[in-house]
Design a protein. Structure first.
Length: 118
């Protein structure tokens, strides 16, 4: 079973294609990558904070140490480049089951069902 990126959305931008930050070198945006299995219909959300080194530096100076889990640090929040990188990285993931595959993709972005217990 292979991962398939179906779409990108963000609660921080109505349209990621037209998103332009005030300062592309000092920016962060939360991006949800909608991922499913290439074999089955359906998708689940994996969240990533896409940020620049300058934004990260400013956050650490203001708030102290920051655990970098589910953060993607890029020179600028160039969304076509970020999408290509995330798509390639996620679609290189494979596993025998959706749970195992989602766990692997969850190392990249926060899986909406991480730690869920019925």
């Amino acid at each position: 079973m292979r991962a398939l990126v179906r779409s990108f959305v963000s609660p921080d931008a109505l349209d990621l294609d037209s998103y332009v930050p005030d300062d592309p070198e000092d920016d962060a945006i939360f991006v949800q990558v909608m991922v499913g299995s290439a074999d089955v219909h359906g998708e689940e959300s994996f969240g990533v904070v896409v940020c620049t080194p300058r934004w990260l530096e400013r956050e650490v100076k203001a708030k102290g140490p920051l655990i970098g889990r589910h953060h993607l640090v890029a020179e600028a929040t160039n969304h076509p480049e970020v999408r290509r990188f995330l798509t390639k990285t996620i679609e290189n993931q494979a596993a025998d089951s959706w749970e195992e595959l989602a766990g692997r993709v969850g190392r990249i972005g926060l899986w909406e069902f991480e730690d869920y217990v019925p």
